[in-house]
Design a protein around this ligand. Structure first.
Ligand code: HEM
Length: 203
């Protein structure tokens, strides 16, 4: 366990992914006599219901999440300024993909060890105004694949100076995500809305 300050943040702006995952699930774990939640790897609770997953340092030392696929050189291209429409809307050519990478590791345990849910290293893959949030292999196996957890719609939101804000709505559980919750939720189950706060223009 390595609690650290939210070093993805500078000044007063909490750069990163702000997300409550699924409030009713968190409440369910809290109600359990042996329910536990823990937060690691730089994630920070903000208030009762929200977790800040700070922007991950990219290997190239860029200030924001980078594209691991190498399709882009930065996660905040010039055409993605706060207040602008997401690029690549409409038909014709396939939308360019960009990715925002965050760190942090949140774990829920309960029912004598039968319940274990880990939401770690979220990565948001953006295609036009739609996005998918995937997480690291929930069982942290060295060769484990990432799991798509939720899909969402993404729109620019009001942002303080120096930042761009993206609001994720219509956040819905994927099929693979449903398995992580013991199939208690169906695919399409609504999860909490989220926000992504990044430095404006990648600066
Ligand atoms: C000993 C095994 C388990 C028992 C006895 C159990 C029991 C229950 C009960 C009684 C509820 C509904 C009541 C409530 O909301 O408090 C519930 C809801 C739920 N359980 Fe379990 N459960 C078990 C294992 C699991 C496991 C392994 C998972 C995997 C993550 C899981 C995920 C859920 C979810 C997601 C809900 C719905 C929470 C919500 O959004 O309201 N449960 N469970």
């Amino acid at each position: 366990m390595s609690e650290q300050p939210a070093d993805g943040s500078t000044g007063d702006i909490p750069f990163g992914l702000l997300w409550g995952i699924k409030r009713s699930f968190v409440a369910y774990v809290r109600r359990m006599p042996d329910g536990q939640g823990s937060i690691h790897d730089g994630a920070v609770p903000l208030g009762e219901d929200t977790i800040l997953f700070p922007v991950a340092d990219s290997p190239a030392g860029e200030p924001t999440g980078s594209a691991p696929t190498g399709e882009q050189t930065g996660s905040v291209p010039a055409d993605v300024q706060a207040g602008s429409e997401p690029a690549d809307e409409g038909s014709g050519s396939a939308p360019t993909e960009r990715t925002w990478r965050f760190r942090g590791d949140v774990r829920f345990r309960g029912h004598g060890g039968m319940l274990f849910v880990r939401v770690a290293a979220p990565l948001v893959t953006v295609r036009g105004d739609e996005a998918e949030l995937s997480i690291e292999d929930p069982y942290a196996r060295p060769d484990g694949a990432r799991v798509p957890l939720v899909t969402l719609r993404l729109a620019p939101g009001p942002a303080p100076e120096g930042a761009q804000v993206w609001l994720g709505s219509d956040v819905r559980l994927t099929e693979a995500g449903a398995v992580l919750f013991n199939d208690v939720y169906q695919p399409g189950e609504p999860f909490e809305q989220l926000s992504v706060v990044l430095p404006a223009g990648g600066a």
